[in-house]
Every structure is written in structure tokens, then in C-alpha cells.
Design a protein around this ligand. Structure first.
Ligand SMILES: [Cu+2]
Length: 113
């Protein structure tokens, strides 16, 4: 007699395509402020209320400068030839910014809406 008693169970694997979509752009807004020649460039900045804003302050000058936004508790020194950054999440409003060392000539306005 000849008997084959082996059954191979074959499990069929279904094609599972998982398309995960999710664009979480939580990086916020990046603003660059040049602090050179005793003035800011630009002197007006805009940002969105409730969103993170990262200020990158570039100092290509020969002395230390600073970015101060009193109402947002920003007070960031930037040595000559250096770059520094600060991140804040502002509410809506108009915020004056200036350099602590040269407030007469280095100033501008940040508008958040
Ligand atoms: Cu300055």
C-alpha cells in the first residue's frame, strides 16, 4: 500500500498596503536677522500667532551685537562673526526689537498676527 498522509497547509498572505500619511510641519517659522554695520536687516519681521518662530541672528560685523525682544523675553548676544538663534512662540501683537548695545540705531518691529 502506498499512502501519503502529509498535508501542507498553505496560508495565503494578503497584500497589506499601509499608507501612512501625516505631514506634521511643526518646525514653525524661521526668520533670519542680519546684525551688521550697526543696523538690523530687515527692520520689520512678521510671524504667525501661536506658532514657533526661530530667529537666527547673523553678525558679520566686528563687534558684539544682540537681539532683544523684551515682551517675548528674548535677549540674545551674538559675538562678531557668529550666528545665534532663539525660538519663541509669540501671541498676536506688535513687538519692538533692538540691540542692547546699540539701541539707537539697531531696532525694528516684529508683527505677529
Ligand atoms: Cu548692536
Amino acid at each position: 500500500m502506498f499512502s501519503a498522509g502529509l498535508f501542507a497547509a498553505c496560508g495565503g498572505g494578503g497584500g497589506n498596503s499601509d499608507t501612512a500619511s501625516g505631514d506634521t510641519a511643526s518646525s514653525g517659522t524661521a526668520l533670519t536677522v542680519n546684525a551688521t554695520d550697526f543696523k538690523f536687516d530687515p527692520t520689520t519681521l512678521t510671524a504667525k500667532a501661536g506658532e514657533a518662530v526661530t530667529f537666527t541672528i547673523k553678525n558679520d560685523g566686528k563687534v558684539t551685537h544682540n537681539l532683544t525682544i523684551e515682551d517675548l523675553k528674548v535677549d540674545q548676544d551674538v559675538k562678531d562673526g557668529k550666528t545665534a538663534s532663539q525660538t519663541v512662540t509669540p501671541k498676536a501683537g506688535s513687538f519692538e526689537y533692538h540691540c542692547n548695545y546699540h539701541p539707537a540705531s539697531m531696532k525694528g518691529t516684529l508683527t505677529v498676527s
